[in-house]
Design a protein. Structure first.
Ligand code: MG
Length: 341
């Protein structure tokens, strides 16, 4: 039997020398070249140990990533696995400390692609000074899995965790940038469409931006509008706080290309995933300063106030259209784009 040296074989997930070699040559070098934060990751023991912070709350989140296609305009499954998990920590007001990396790979997957994906993952961690605490590798047979799936668990620490239920009447509703970019870029890149557009995913770790906002104070609630987009996130925040999210449609920043593709396909940009954005619900006293701090960061250049928290329809989202009509923005049944993250 001849073993291809540039493709994943079942032995790469079998816990022996082949797996060790894969990790040593194609995984670890991407992390070794960088500062991986405050955790000793050289031990490779049965488990990782973390020193608990002396005060504050530990925040833990987990995500599985099955995005299709694996490589897309603006990123890949590695970028997404890192940013998606770090962003869930960031919107809890938590500084990310460490992340786990569990990878399930289909036999015959190109090892060069593993290199690309792990490098993307490591690049995102380096920007936010986050360590890999531990990892796992498994291989499934041809046809038993579509390429690659990644599970990540993130661990962060917050002085005081920020909940998505904290909206109060009178608060300003902010978004940190343009809406719908990730979902529409993926749709355009899918085999069925192959549309030639300049659409690009917004996938990025938002922690460096959120970090600059938190000291200002007055942030009552945050959420990253991923699956189901702005519509799902705002509905969830309205329900949990019993308030009304009152939004001005014209104030929502949306790229022209996103709006164009959305019209073409009949899919609302408000219902598709974002992977580098936050919704912030902010006390009126600090809203202008928070907006200025967001805009001061490269990821927040297009930040905007899109509405106010009211009380007319508890648990609902109400949109004012450009011509002055008012309609409910309902909770979507699900993201219209499957395998978006
Ligand atoms: Mg989230």
């Amino acid at each position: 039997m001849t073993e291809s040296t540039d493709r994943i074989s079942p032995l790469h997930g079998a816990g022996g020398e082949m797996m060790e070699q894969l990790l040593a040559e194609h995984v670890m070098p991407h992390f070794a070249a960088r500062s991986v934060g405050r955790i000793d990751v050289t031990a490779m023991d049965d488990g990782a140990t973390l020193r608990l912070p002396s005060d504050g709350e530990l925040v833990v989140t987990t995500d599985s990533h099955v995005v299709k296609p694996v490589f897309f305009p603006g990123g890949d499954i590695g970028t997404l696995a890192a940013a998606g998990t770090l962003n869930d920590l960031a919107v809890m007001g938590a500084r990310p400390l460490a992340i786990t990396l569990a990878v399930i790979i289909e036999e015959d997957f190109a090892i060069a692609d593993i290199d690309r994906i792990v490098k993307s993952f490591a690049d995102v961690l380096a920007e936010s000074d986050v360590a890999v605490a531990c990892g796992d590798t498994k291989v499934m047979g041809r046809g038993e899995l579509d390429g690659i799936a990644i599970n990540t668990t993130g661990i962060g620490v917050a002085e005081r965790a920020i909940r998505d239920a904290g909206a109060e009447e009178g608060d300003a509703i902010l978004v940190s940038g343009t809406i719908g970019d990730h979902g529409m870029a993926l749709l355009a890149a899918r085999e069925a469409f192959r549309l030639d557009t300049e659409l690009c995913s917004d996938v990025a770790s938002i922690w460096p931006m959120i970090r600059s906002v938190l000291p200002i104070g007055g942030v009552h609630a945050m959420k990253d509008p991923t699956r189901g987009g702005l519509a799902a996130a705002l509905n969830e925040m309205a329900r949990k706080s019993g308030t009304t999210m009152e939004i001005e449609q014209a104030a929502i920043p949306i790229r022209e290309a996103v709006a164009g593709l959305s019209d073409l396909l009949g899919i609302s940009p408000l219902e598709v995933a974002n992977e580098g954005k936050a919704i912030l619900i902010v006390a009126p006293e600090t809203a202008e300063d928070v907006l200025a701090a967001l805009r001061n960061h490269p990821l927040g250049r297009d930040a905007a106030v899109i509405g106010r928290v009211g009380s007319s329809h508890p648990g609902r989202v109400v949109v004012t259209t450009p011509v002055g009509g008012r309609r409910f923005l309902d909770m979507p049944l699900g993201d219209p784009v499957p395998r978006i993250c």
